[in-house]
Ligand binder design. Structure first.
Ligand code: NAD
Ligand code: ZN
Length: 404
């Protein structure tokens, strides 16, 4: 890592230019039975090297942890979380909060900061732990990035969507002034611990919601993942990602699909942690959906809004000849099998144009529209004109408006 400082002198005086690359290192760790008292992961899984681990083990200082947990998750798993910390002799504080999309605001961030401040933790050795869905992880991450300018935090995702998506990147944030995630930071956690067993209590509709983000990665980057979702989507829905009953010759479909989704997501996110590169395949399904979400909240979930956007874009792609009609229909059928909505009456042509105009403002004047160019391959386009948007919209409505 290098640090460079340039000096120059003008008539008005000296100036210094500082180039100081910032380096992040964080772990995404699969762990079974995370809340079993014998499992060290929650307490030490974030440590980087053996020396840190030795220092932790030989320390006589009591261990302290501040935990923020989604209220519903607390009802389901709170006793196990407490038992874990009791058994490990940890001085802990558990703060259950109603971390829903409607409450995803600065007020909850302030509440966390107040409680954190009164409890007190060491910024160097006592990471904050967030346990919940994407909303909880985003709010806690934001609070952590503010407290003492940057306090380390750990993510424990408990919904499918947060398991495959919110858990792997660096983004934190809250909604502000009717805009989604308008306030936030790019500060990754020190670690994310993935325990698929939390997903067993997630309602079926929420599983579909998470499958939408997995389908996004499949359509953009991984034909194999698409085929697995196409073949085993119903099984995954029926079994809440818990069962590995010999559906595949060589492994567990729940494990394989979630792992591929995470790996493809990491491939895209890791080199572009601060989203400086505006050409992003992970934006597929996220061009129109944020506006739709703000209009229809709370009737549609994030992944559902994303899927409606992806369904429309599949028609755009077909209109431009990037996808055959058979491929287009195959994708829409897969969405339906995953029990995802493929059309919505509030997704109007006006909304499409408004969102794309907004996008031009925030993406240096280019559309940067990711579109599938086959099943599992994609490119970014900047020349999708109004005629294509209108014709695709008409066809999309003709074919799918009865699906609502
Ligand atoms: N930071 C990122 O990179 C990133 C990526 C994708 C999405 N997000 C954000 O994530 C949010 C959506 O996340 P989400 O879908 O997890 O929603 P969510 O956090 O609102 O959780 C959905 C619901 O599931 C409940 N729940 C959570 N875990 C449960 C469990 N194990 N069993 C039963 N119920 C459970 C919660 O109480 C909540 O009511 C959005 O705000 C989105 O902006 C962030
Ligand atoms: Zn998303």
């Amino acid at each position: 890592m290098s640090f460079i400082s340039y000096e120059s002198t003008s008539e008005q005086g000296k100036s210094w230019t500082i180039v100081s690359p910032i380096y992040f290192r964080y772990k995404v760790v699969e762990s079974q039975n995370l809340l079993e008292p014998g499992n060290d992961t929650l307490l030490t899984g974030h440590l980087r090297d053996p020396e840190q681990l030795d220092a932790f083990r030989s320390s006589t200082k009591p261990i302290k942890r501040f935990v923020v947990i989604d209220e519903t998750v607390n009802q389901l798993y709170g006793p196990q979380v407490s038992s874990y910390f009791e058994a490990r002799n940890v001085n802990y504080k558990i703060l259950p909060l109603p971390t829903t999309e409607e409450n995803k605001s600065m007020e909850l961030v302030m509440k966390i900061l107040q409680e954190l401040h009164s409890f007190g933790i060491s910024r160097h050795t006592e990471p904050i732990i967030a346990i919940g869905g994407g909303v909880c992880l985003d709010i806690v991450g934001f609070a952590a990035s503010l407290y003492r300018r940057r306090t380390p935090y750990i993510r424990v995702p408990t919904t499918l969507l947060s398991y495959v998506d919110a858990s792997v990147g660096a983004k934190t944030g809250v909604n502000f002034s009717q805009c989604k995630n308008k306030l936030g930071s790019y500060i990754p956690p020190v670690a994310t611990f993935l325990d698929r067993s939390f997903i067993q209590t997630v309602p079926r509709r929420q599983i579909s919601n998470g499958l939408a983000e997995m389908l996004k990665m499949a359509l953009m980057k991984h034909k194999g993942l698409f085929e697995l979702l196409e073949r085993h989507g119903k099984f995954l829905l029926d079994t809440n990602f818990q069962s590995c009953n010999g559906l595949l010759d060589h492994g567990c479909v729940a494990l394989m699909t979630s792992r591929i989704a995470i790996e493809t997501m990491l491939e895209e996110l890791a080199p572009n942690l601060w989203e400086d590169d505006l050409d992003r395949l992970v934006d597929f399904g996220h061009l129109i959906s944020p506006e739709l979400e703000m209009v229809v909240l709370p009737t549609l979930m994030h992944g559902e809004a994303v899927n409606i956007d992806m369904a429309y874009m599949t028609y755009v792609s077909n209109d431009r000849g990037f996808l055959t009609t058979a491929e287009r229909n195959r994708i829409i059928q897969c969405m339906k099998n995953l029990e995802l909505p493929v059309w919505h009456h509030d997704f109007s042509l006006n909304l499409v144009k408004k969102s794309l105009n907004e996008r031009l403002k925030h993406s240096e004047g280019l559309q940067r529209m990711p579109l599938p160019t086959g099943v599992g391959t994609a490119e970014i386009f900047n020349d999708i004109d109004d005629e294509v948007l209108e014709r695709s919209f008409k066809k999309w409505c003709e074919d799918l408006s009865t699906e609502e």
